[in-house]
Write a protein that binds this ligand. Sequence first.
Ligand SMILES: Cc1ncc(C[n+]2csc(CCOP(=O)(O)OP(=O)(O)O)c2C)c(N)n1
Ligand SMILES: [Mg+2]
Length: 625
Amino acid sequence: MNKIKLTVAQAIIKYINNQYIYTNGVDRKFFGGCFGILGHGNVGGIGQAIQEQKELKYYQCRNEQSMVHSAAAYAKIRNRKNALICTASIGPGSTNMITAAAGATINRLPVLLLAGDIFAKRNVSPALQQLESNSSQDISVNDCFKPISKYWDRINRPEQLQSSLPEVMRVLLSPSETGTVMLSLPQDVQSESFEFPSKLFKKKVWEIQRLRPDKKIIEKAVKWIMKSKKPLIIAGGGVHYSEATGELLEFINKTDIPVAETFAGKGAVIYNDSHQLGAIGATGTLGAVKISKESDLIIGIGTRYSDFTTSSKTAFQNKNVKFININISEFDVSKNGALMVQGDARSVLKELNIYLNNYKVSKNYSTEIKKLNLKWDNIVSKIYNYRNPIIPSQGEIIGAVNNIINNKDVVVCAAGSLPGDLHKLWRTKDPKGFHLEYGYSCMGYEIAGGLGIKMAYPNREVYVMVGDGSYLMLSQEIITSIQENLKLTIILIDNQGYKSIGSLSRSIGSKGFGTKFSFRNEKKNNDFGDSDYKEKEIKVNLAENARSLGAHVLECKNYKDLKYALTKAKDIDKTTLIYVQCDRFHEVKGYSWWEVPIAATSKMSSVDKAYKEYLKHKKDQRFYN
Ligand SMILES: Cc1ncc(C[n+]2csc(CCOP(=O)(O)OP(=O)(O)O)c2C)c(N)n1
Ligand SMILES: [Mg+2]
């Protein structure tokens, strides 16, 4: 048998360089590069291995959390057909990745982590940054990744790679099981050499299968659809990952069944299609909320029915409502006691399109949908065109950005009050134009995620919309975007803190407690909430902060400035940050509910009042199993 002598790290990189995916008639490399921060846990291992080869590009970054966000965003916009690798040193370098790694798993996005680990030989224990245990020498901080990884392995011996690496690929490429994959690599083992069989490094082409459900189940689904008076499709992220937007369009054109979209699904159908009801659930549009309440048949395609999608199980009120779930994952397809049409969304829709050739919903229903669609568009126009006195409202900022972008441009967001407003108000122009990380809704994803998107599609303009809270949590990858010449346009919305949680706090009777960026004022019993005085606001110069990281900064005082800045930003060839202040109290109206627990007993009458209201909503909760 032919053998090749390599270190464990070199063998991993060589294997990675030979993994391909077959899509659209061609073989492409699955991995698009490796992010890293080097430390003593990987510098002589994975770092050295990357250095002495030319195929896998190395990207430097500033923070291990952000590199994993970037990798997740990269995989998301590529519909999981490509992934990035992230390498970290041991100890804090590794654990810094955990937040974003959990986000990747929750959002079902493939990311490969190569994390250094403590010496397998144990001869020098405790090593720098080692968590010592007096009960076992088989514990390291990397064990924390086990519950949030879809595949986790520690490579203590070189031979293990032969069985571990194919598992890594199986999981990364699995449409139902993908997420964070971690190889924990003891720092001594990474640099050890071994005679690996050459065939481990043969070019391997992976192909994602489009599994189909049982024919009997499809036939049953067809019967249910034909009997339904008010069917409603909920399009989730799976529609994108399965690349089923064409088949979905054909399906709705044939049947006139309306569509509503989750955060991950938004863009599945273009905004101005007459079947489009827009955002579903807690952040839903008027029409989607109304129809989901009345619908007798929910057809969930590639959705995992998060509490935002189901309005915490209050969205579907028809007492005879049934669910048909089309999903590749057994776990998701079984939710809400649905008819389990387990299979690839595109394949299933193709079959349904044949079976339902002569079926249409009633004229009345389809007229109602068209009316709701137009009504919503009028509401969006009003919000876009409303001019708030002194400083802009968030709705008009979203409108200004939406009006300026080209069809292929991408908007990115993750946390705060922006996601809900964007979900409702963003007029999607391209299936991949709306990029919301709302599975983990992780503050700090925005700029790092924008970077990953730009790496995946350098020719698309990327508009990052980020709140001041998220910006302060993680914005250093502005530097990486400048270093790599990957331009981002960042719209930084300053509303003096956590507007979203301030509003949530008010809704539970807590008056914005702890959510405003203001100085402490002992005399006035400052609680960082609504009652704090304007002069006590902390004035952090975020524009200057971005400038210091290398961004071109445009500061806006009002809507006119913002419009000008958005136009001007198009001509600037490096990352540009548009700084705009926003009204903390002006909100986009909501139409639905989301369950956030409220204190059952309190000294505050506002809390008691909110609790009573909460109990009323709780009565609407339904379970469909
Ligand atoms: C890492 C992380 N910590 C905490 C939260 C809870 N949280 C959700 S939104 C939010 C405030 C976000 O503030 P900002 O980015 O300024 O957006 P705004 O609410 O002002 O629109 C917080 C603290 C979160 N989603 N992620
Ligand atoms: Mg804010």
